[in-house]
Design a protein around this ligand. Sequence first.
Ligand code: FES
Length: 65
Amino acid sequence: MAVEIRFTKEGPIEIKGQVTLHAHDGRVVQAKPGDAVYLCRCGASMAKPFCDGAHAAIAFDGSLA
Ligand code: FES
């Protein structure tokens, strides 16, 4: 199954499909087909590299990133 990567307009990078992500600190996230994983691109997440929703609080404008 193909993996889809989408840059959302005002938030994270959405990765859909069967993937395994390895964070720098050893955390591993495994997504099954149909799952989605979200990576922070605003810099405000306290759970980097993953999005924790903080982009909404800082009114991140993804069209500039
Ligand atoms: S993109 Fe969601 S917290 Fe950064």
